[in-house]
Design a protein around this ligand. Structure first.
Ligand code: KG4
Ligand code: ZN
Length: 338
């Protein structure tokens, strides 16, 4: 079954073709980062307008590159939440209309299910049950994946998401948006141990996170060392260590609590090299299997939506002709994939 996947939940237009027999056939991504950079964050209305302009030409290019035509499509999957409502509507309306014109089934995909299944696009994918760490700009969650489509929330952030903390730290240091890669680059020049920040909520039981206090510690340190030229890099280093350490501690705790032997990591912060290194060391020490998406599929993309949608469409699930998007949507409420 050949499925077109469409991702427009935020500031990336992602399109991909996934075939349930052949795997990923092709994908295209356009990032609006340069457009939003002047504003220091995503401007929702600009995001929607840009998606509208790119969807049709990108879909044409993708089909051409793969040597297919729209008539070859057997299903369409689009991100229907969570995300920016206007941005979601562009991809959903395009996907829904295309499916209607082609008379093929269409399905709205949960953006986080897409992220969570992205590691399974790689060769020799792990099979459930596994623990999943979802670390993006909007989410920091530990989930138990009992089966594909059956997700149980183990822990969540009480305030800022890990990616949001990276973005805010970057902003206060005057670094470019998006902040994660910029802070990670600066941290490479930092001296280990020059600063140390707390590992929030690690000294008490449970799997929840909190990153807003850490962000405040960074702000205070940054202000107190305003005249020290090496301070920003040292602080970025200590901040990244605190985030990577905290995430690693909670992942180990979740694996132990669930008696699970596999950890998958997904979402934009999953691209962070220091986090990957720390989790890799923990996996070697504790003997669990660790799976990541390839780098380009850590952040938003169409491939993960095509994949998640194809699994559901192939299992006979689809949505009706009415258009639904959900800016907020609980991952635990999804139907299991038969
Ligand atoms: O998953 P994603 O593309 O979008 C959401 O659904 O939120 O994640 C974007 C987030 C941003 O906060 C960005 O700063 C962060 O992921 N990010 C990183 C890195 N690359 C992206 N954070 C830390 N290190 C990175 N290398
Ligand atoms: Zn995302």
């Amino acid at each position: 079954m050949l499925v077109l996947g469409i991702e427009t939940s935020c500031d990336e237009t992602g399109l991909a073709l996934y075939d349930t027999a052949r795997g990923l056939v092709g994908h295209r991504l356009y990032s609006q980062v340069a457009m939003h950079r002047d504003y220091g964050g995503v401007v929702p209305e600009l995001a929607s307008r840009d998606h509208v302009q790119r969807l049709v030409p990108m879909a044409r290019e993708l089909l051409d590159e793969a040597g297919c035509t729209a008539a070859d499509l057997q299903g369409v999957a689009y991100t229907s939440g969570p995300g920016l409502i206007g941005a979601l509507l562009t991809g959903a309306a395009f996907g829904r209309a295309l499916a209607f014109a082609l008379d093929v089934p269409a399905i709205g995909v949960h953006h986080l299910e897409g992220h969570l299944l992205a590691p399974l696009l790689e060769p020799a994918p792990p099979s459930p049950p596994f623990v999943a760490l979802l670390v993006s700009g909007g989410h920091t969650q530990l989930m138990l994946v009992e089966a594909i489509g059956r997700y149980r929330l183990l822990g969540d952030t009480l305030d800022d998401a890990a990616g949001e903390a990276f973005d805010k730290v970057a902003k206060l240091m005057g670094l470019d948006y998006p902040g994660g890669p910029a802070v990670a680059r600066l941290a490479r020049q930092g001296r280990p141990g020059a600063f140390r920040f707390a590992r929030p909520m690690c000294d008490r039981p449970g799997l929840d996170f909190s990153f807003s206090g850490l962000k405040t510690q960074v702000l205070l340190a940054y202000r107190a060392h305003a005249h020290d030229a090496s301070a920003p890099a040292d602080i970025a280093h200590a901040f990244q260590e605190a985030v990577a350490d905290t995430l690693t501690i909670k992942c180990r705790r979740a694996l132990q609590q669930c008696a699970a032997h596999t950890l998958i990591v997904a979402g934009g912060v999953g691209a962070n090299a220091r986090l990957r290194e720390q989790l890799g060391e923990a996996a070697a020490r504790d003997g669990f299997r660790l799976a990541f998406p390839r780098h380009e599929f850590c952040t938003d993309n169409g491939a993960m939506i095509a994949f998640a949608g194809a699994l559901r469409l192939a299992a006979g699930q689809h949505d009706g002709a009415a258009l639904h998007v959900a800016p907020r949507w609980d991952l635990e409420s999804l139907a299991a994939i038969a």
